[in-house]
Design a protein around this ligand. Structure first.
Ligand code: SAH
Length: 196
């Protein structure tokens, strides 16, 4: 089992458990908040299934079975150290973006009944810190798991979701907040902090 063969996988599993726990906590907290708009169409559903497969199913199968053994490779010794170093800020940003969005968070393209535009905390300089955190987690995964399939699955599965969803989400936010969101767009970048 890969979990015991590669000791670094324990570090990945620890990060993965924290990542999932953050999601679960905020899913439970926002469960009863009423939604006023929902844009979950066929494409969004397919993208959600792809992300689920790439970020949950594939790593779990890799850790517990030999299914992806054909794609194992030998990493340079520094790679998992870099992975662990990226994992820490990824988890911090993932947690802070959920905390700052509060009851406005939802897993998909939805607006809450009393939706507020958040422009503070980690949303001050970038519009999509949660997506930035998901990309960073994907980089950590790639550096921690010495397997081409399981290492890259989170990054590869999230990329189409990011490309398709981000402009749709921004259109939804402009519909809801108009000029205020447009001003916010001028002050921020998507996944990199706009300094100055
Ligand atoms: N794209 C953001 C949020 C992801 S959660 C990020 O990466 O951090 C997705 C939901 O958050 C969307 O459906 C939208 O309703 C909501 N949302 C996105 N940006 C927001 C903001 N600045 N303030 C309040 N809600 C926001």
């Amino acid at each position: 089992m890969n979990l015991v063969n590669h000791p670094w996988n324990i570090v990945f599993v620890a990060g993965f458990v924290v990542y999932m726990a953050i999601r679960q906590v905020y899913m439970a907290r926002t469960k009863d908040t009423e939604k006023s708009v929902s844009r979950i169409d066929g494409i969004e559903k397919i993208l959600l299934v792809v992300v689920f497969a790439g970020s949950l199913l594939v790593p779990v199968l890799y850790l517990l079975t030999q299914l992806f053994a054909f794609a194992d490779y030998v990493q340079p010794a520094y790679a998992p150290w870099c992975g662990a170093a990226v994992m820490v800020p990824a988890l911090w940003l993932f947690w802070r973006s959920h905390a700052d969005l509060g009851l406005n968070w939802s897993m998909s393209l939805e607006m809450r009944r009393e939706h507020e535009l958040i422009r503070t905390g980690v949303y001050r300089r970038m519009r999509h810190p949660m997506y930035a955190a998901i990309f960073m987690f994907g980089v950590a995964q790639a550096l921690l798991l010495p397997n081409w399939v399981a290492g890259l699955s989170a990054l590869v599965s999230f990329a189409p979701m990011y490309i398709v969803r981000t402009p749709r989400e921004e259109r939804l936010m402009i519909e809801a907040f108009g000029e205020e969101y447009e001003a916010y767009m001028r002050e921020t970048w998507r996944v990199f902090p706009k300094l100055g």
